[in-house]
Design a protein around this ligand. Structure first.
Ligand code: FE2
Ligand code: FE2
Length: 183
């Protein structure tokens, strides 16, 4: 009979290590990523989400007129989803023993996406599409960096990325619809 595959790390050793440094909570000695770098990247993603909430909120209230009502609803929905991303990321930062940075000063510098107010409906939607595309690029890079070193943060970022891709698709559909309607 084949001898049983040994567990990756001796279970007794894992139990012993888990009892040490209890103050570190979810961060064990087996944590493979560079925690400082992950915290910095997650705080950048948090800033990106906050900027996206603010931009979508402005667009929600600036989209006037009957024809713009469905667009305003879409902006409102996206703002709420970006807010929930910000919450998820902030929670993960605290799980990793870090502090989510909500200081308004510096949010724009940390954020990957920009805050462009946009005046016309088309301009607003275009800016949102650009911001989503920036988030898609930078989150993909964060995911590649996390790889198998921090699977929990990676999975969270993968779910958020999927949502940003949906958002980008929504904005593209809106641009096409508005183009056809000649608004
Ligand atoms: Fe988001
Ligand atoms: Fe988004």
């Amino acid at each position: 009979m084949q001898p049983r595959q040994p567990f990756l790390t001796d279970i007794q050793e894992i139990r012993k290590r888990a009892r040490q440094h209890i103050d570190k909570g979810a961060v064990t000695e087996g944590y493979q990523a560079n925690r400082e770098t992950v915290l910095r990247l997650l705080n950048e993603a948090l800033a990106t989400e906050i900027v996206c909430v603010l931009r979508y909120k402005r667009h929600q209230f600036m989209a006037h007129g009957l024809a713009a009502q469905s667009v305003a609803d879409e902006f409102a929905e996206h703002a709420a989803e970006e807010q929930s991303h910000a919450d998820q990321i902030a929670k993960r930062i605290t799980e990793l023993g870090g502090e989510p940075d909500f200081n308004p000063e510096g949010i724009l510098t940390r954020s990957h996406s920009e805050y462009v107010p946009g005046d016309s409906l088309t301009e607003m939607i275009k800016e949102d599409l650009v911001a989503e595309r920036i988030a898609i690029e930078s989150y993909s890079e964060i995911i590649r960096f996390l790889a198998d070193k921090d699977p929990t943060s990676r999975r969270m970022m993968e779910e958020i990325l999927a949502k940003e891709e949906e958002h980008a698709e929504d904005m593209l559909t809106l641009i096409q619809r508005i183009g056809k309607a000649g608004l």
